[in-house]
Design a protein around this ligand. Sequence first.
Ligand code: OOG
Ligand code: MG
Length: 260
Amino acid sequence: MSVDLRGWARYLQAAVDERREVQGIGAQLGAELSIDDAYLIQDSLVAERLLRGDALAGAKLGLTSKAKQEQMGVREPAYGWVVASSLFGDDTSIAVDELIHPRVEPEFVFVLGSDLNGDQCTADDVLAATAKVVGGIEVIDSRYEAFKFTLPDVIADNTSAARVAIGSEGVAPDAVDLRTVTCTFTVDGVVTGVATGEALLGSPAECVAMLVRHLARSGRGLRAGWVVPAGAPLDARPLGVGTVATASYSHFGDVTVRGV
Ligand code: OOG
Ligand code: MG
């Protein structure tokens, strides 16, 4: 079956531009969208953003924790891209009316000091290439109705990426075992959950290594200076006007996002 890759990318970009939910792609094809085609739609979607003047600023993982996989009903991780216009600082107001039905989730974010490539990439290679690890909060905004999707659908949609607030204070990767770093997520004064880095498939650095091995399949890699959110260790919560969400980490500075 030949899938209209650029057509589906335009379909998703229109949902972003018009701030409206759309139906899943797989449901309309009458056959399952393949994972390979889903990544090609994602490439086409990101290429459209770059044509409009954006730049790549990193790459991301999604669905790397049990909490997220259970919340979304998808049992495998997914990879996506982070564009420069989506990056915000560690104390940030996010305009909710620019988005469809945003949610916030805490993130462990790698800031790379050197390039990282290769189909044999290991967690140790990731740590060696990392300048620092900081906390973050990702604002996800699935373009699909009711925030429901299959794995190929969410891949095509660049893993729901919308905005990401990046902490300024972090640690060198050899200063702490990232698996033991604790993250506490508080939304409107209520702690929604506490998790350690180990929640990310056992090791945040291994998650990034998986991303590098995935990119190597298409001859690509990560660049020095890029940011890499490794996935949320806790489930996502709605971001409405007035919502205040803070991610606090045992070894990184706090990050706060406010819906306005
Ligand atoms: C998909 C994106 C997941 C994460 O950190 O798990 C993600 C979604 O839940 O909409 O970014
Ligand atoms: Mg995320």
